[in-house]
Design a protein around this ligand. Structure first.
Ligand code: 13P
Ligand code: SF4
Length: 330
């Protein structure tokens, strides 16, 4: 069943917007009026990042969603992120500017198939990357993000058997870093799987001083070329704390907006994909626009809801992740 049929979708409003309106001002007014907070992922378009109250990676966004005092959370990200916010703050209204902002990685692991897969390994603990549906989280023991996956695996007893899903690339990276042999689900992200080794090598030749930095959702062959591997927040911090003046960035191109803002004297080059296109945009993340964000705040729609029986099961594995992260100062 399609994810959008499974969830309780409360409407969608598409209406013309007065072109003379200053949407930045209007959004600021609506935020105050409705006691709303805007949480945005680094992969959102620059205008959305600039109007957000908080911009972060998946871990930072979950931490923020768990502690916000606002009544309404506008989640400028993708569906699984808004669901995670709803699971952590079930009494709040969670809005997603475009309800069709999904995720190829999450879609690569339908919960009913994963449930059968899990049955084959009854003595294994299930760690799922946060990029998955609420139903999949409900089948998990601990959730992780790219910022804490290594530490979460390391926090478990060395003889604990582990299933890791849905991202096989992050899973392989974590296996390598921790020395743990995990059973991996065969899922991947469409954006991080298309980088071209040949084109990156050529780019490195033209920019010999550039640091090559990559997100752990990339394939091993790409990660093995990297000077630094990290979550989007990790990549941003590395760009700020390193003396290098040029960076080739192997992740979704939205993060470059924050990198350029934080380092106006440095150059950031998106790593080239293995097609004719020069950009690495996530088509799901980029479904959200400033116009849709304005309309969703104005109309209180579309809203993301998660059935209470799913929330009850999915909450504990996310809270375990937040507890371990807080303990480790992540
Ligand atoms: P992080 O936010 O953990 O860096 O993950 C990137 C991503 O692909 C989110 O969809
Ligand atoms: Fe999903 Fe990849 Fe887009 Fe992130 S970048 S939302 S993992 S498809």
């Amino acid at each position: 069943m399609d994810i959008f049929e499974e969830i309780n979708v409360k409407g969608f409003v598409d209406e013309p917007i007065d072109p003379t309106l200053d949407l930045f001002d209007e959004i600021e007014k609506l935020k105050k009026e409705k006691n709303a907070v805007i949480l945005a992922h680094y992969y959102q378009e620059p205008d959305i990042q600039d109007i957000a109250d908080y911009i972060g990676d998946s871990l930072g966004l979950s931490q923020e969603a768990a502690k916000t005092g606002a009544e309404v959370i506008v989640f400028a990200g993708v569906h699984f992120m808004a669901e995670t916010a709803k699971i952590l703050s079930p009494s709040k209204k969670v809005l997603l500017p475009d309800l069709k902002a999904g995720c190829s990685l999450s879609d690569s692991c339908p919960a009913h198939l994963f449930a059968k897969f899990k049955e084959k390994y009854p003595d294994h603990l299930v760690i799922t990357y946060v990029n998955c549906s609420a139903e999949l989280k409900a089948l998990s023991d601990i959730v992780c993000t790219s910022a804490n996956a290594v530490q979460i695996v390391n926090s478990l007893p060395p003889d604990q058997k582990i299933i890791f899903g849905p991202d096989k690339n992050l899973g392989a990276y974590v296996s390598k870093k921790t020395g743990r042999d995990m059973v991996l689900w065969n899922g991947a992200c469409m954006v991080h799987e298309i980088f071209s080794v040949q084109r990156i090598l050529k780019l490195k030749e033209r920019h010999p001083e550039a640091k090559f930095i990559a997100h752990p959702e990339c394939e091993d062959v790409i990660l093995s070329m990297a000077d630094y591997i990290g979550s989007t927040t990790g990549l941003l911090k590395y760009s700020m704390n390193t003396d290098a003046k040029e960076f080739i960035v192997a992740t979704e191109s939205g993060i470059i907006h924050q990198m350029e803002k934080a380092n106006p004297d440095k150059v950031f080059i998106p790593a080239p994909p293995n097609n004719a296109c020069a950009c690495n945009d996530c088509p799901h993340m980029k479904r959200n626009t400033l116009e849709k964000l304005y309309l969703c705040l104005k109309n209180g729609l579309p809203e993301v809801d998660v059935p209470m029986h799913v929330i009850e099961k999915a909450r504990l594995p996310i809270e375990r992740m937040l507890e371990i992260s807080a303990r480790l100062g992540l």
